[in-house]
Design a protein around this ligand. Structure first.
Ligand SMILES: NC(=O)c1ccc[n+]([C@@H]2O[C@H](COP(=O)([O-])OP(=O)(O)OC[C@H]3O[C@@H](n4cnc5c(N)ncnc54)[C@H](OP(=O)(O)O)[C@@H]3O)[C@@H](O)[C@H]2O)c1
Length: 392
């Protein structure tokens, strides 16, 4: 049976992985609609390459460029918020949610319709509004499949076991490019050094989050909502080879590991193979003898304070994870723009999370989550000059 796919974040790194898997399985999968952010020319190319019927660009100003680039192709296009929601409203079987940041929340939420599968890469949706997103999926009968590699591995390891069988869940982390650096070296890190991820070519935001280990913190929050486990059941282990993506320790002492090559197409293929597993090319198979030895170590919360801040936000609950995420997005953009040093990221996040407004209840819907997000961004932007001061 041919399943149709709407691809949000089609021009990005996860978008690329998803497109590869769809192209490898033309008898099983077809792309119906593609959504991008600002790059109209790239979105037009992707729309033509995938044979999509509709292309939507979030940036309204890019609409004419997109329409011009697609003229004569028979592919319809639109721009702005409503066009993105139009793409989501098209009747596809699977929506791949791979917009980066809190900007992906509204479309992810709208994608949750009866019987639909939402393959979720956009972890920020769960960080900002996890309770509301999970409740919506349950209420309408949509199915969220985790596309994030750690959560995908944990999902597969858990299988049909009840959550009550879990003693703990372990998410692995590469440790990023600064795993072996001392605090002084990290304090002087440049954007170019932080963008040099050891194993994956990803979008800039998640790559910086990997360098600070905020990414793993966001993933702990994501896991809490996805699997319904308590914060104290979640652990992080640094595993530089990124072959083991997640482990579950069951109550009886058994431990099962989810393994795969560090290639996002593996998790994407799992999410897209809804009627049975898809075939992967030989290069995507794991050869453990070649990848050995595998090593594991505890994360260092002193050199990587962002992870500790995310764990604190997870424990605090309520609106704090959404505040943490918004402050982090502002901080990462400022670091990439050369406005704050690398340690300024965690410092800014800490200051914004410490503000009284971060204490609000967990957002009940998208509007409430976006209001918290906007407020936190405003406060983070106001604090940027302080975060710009040297920190060691
Ligand atoms: N990359 C990975 O290996 C990986 C692994 C696990 C999870 N994830 C998660 O997957 C998501 C995407 O990551 P990525 O690395 O693929 O990011 P990316 O390469 O930066 O791609 C982001 C995509 O989202 C689009 N976009 C940005 N802002 C948008 C907006 N306001 N509305 C609609 N589209 C928008 C971008 O289009 P423009 O370029 O035109 O702006 C691009 O297509 C993130 O949440 C990330 O945490 C990624």
């Amino acid at each position: 049976m041919l399943r149709t796919v709407t691809l949000l974040g089609a021009t990005g790194s996860i978008g690329r992985s998803t497109r590869d898997v769809v192209a490898e399985n033309p008898d099983r999968l077809a792309i119906l609609a593609v959504v991008g952010g600002r790059d109209a020319a790239a979105l037009a190319r992707v729309a033509v390459e995938t044979g999509a019927r509709f292309a939507a660009l979030a940036d309204e100003a890019g609409g004419p460029v997109l329409a011009e680039a697609l003229s004569g192709t028979g592919i319809a296009s639109g721009a702005g918020r409503s066009a993105v929601l139009d793409a989501v409203a098209m009747e596809s079987d699977i929506v791949v949610s791979a917009i980066s940041g809190a900007a992906g929340l509204e479309a992810t939420f709208a994608a949750l319709t009866p019987g639909r599968i939402v393959a979720l890469a956009n972890k920020e949706s769960l960080v900002c509004a996890g309770a509301a997103v999970m409740a919506r999926a349950q209420a309408v009968g949509a199915r969220i499949l985790p596309l994030d590699s750690e959560h995908n591995a944990l999902f597969q390891v858990l299988g049909a076991e009840p959550v009550s069988s879990i003693a703990s869940m372990i998410l692995t982390a590469s440790g990023g490019p600064f795993r072996t650096w001392d605090a002084q070296q990290i304090a002087a890190a440049t954007p170019q050094q932080a963008l040099n991820h050891p194993n994956y070519a990803m979008g800039a935001k998640i790559t910086i989050d990997s360098a600070s280990m905020m990414n793993k913190g966001l993933e702990l929050i994501e896991a809490c909502f996805l699997f319904g486990v308590r914060p104290d059941q979640l652990e992080v282990l640094v595993h530089p080879q990124q072959i083991v993506h997640g482990l579950i320790a069951f109550r009886d002492g058994s431990v099962s590991a989810g393994m795969a090559m560090p290639d996002m197409r593996v998790a994407a293929a799992h999410c897209l193979g809804v009627d049975g597993r898809l075939d992967a090319p030989p290069a995507r198979f794991l050869d453990l003898a070649k990848t050995a030895p595998l090593s594991f170590e505890r994360p260092d919360l002193v050199r990587f304070p962002a992870l500790g801040l995310a764990i604190a936000a997870l424990r605090a609950g309520g609106a704090t994870p959404a505040v943490l995420n918004a402050a982090n997005e502002i901080a990462v953009a400022a670091f990439l723009a050369g406005r704050i040093p690398f340690p300024g990221i965690a410092r800014l996040v800490e200051q914004v999370c410490a503000m009284a407004f971060a204490d609000q209840a967990s957002p009940a819907d998208v509007a409430a989550a976006l209001a918290i997000d906007q407020e936190a961004r405003k406060r983070a932007a106001a604090l940027l000059p302080r975060a710009a001061m040297a920190v060691t």
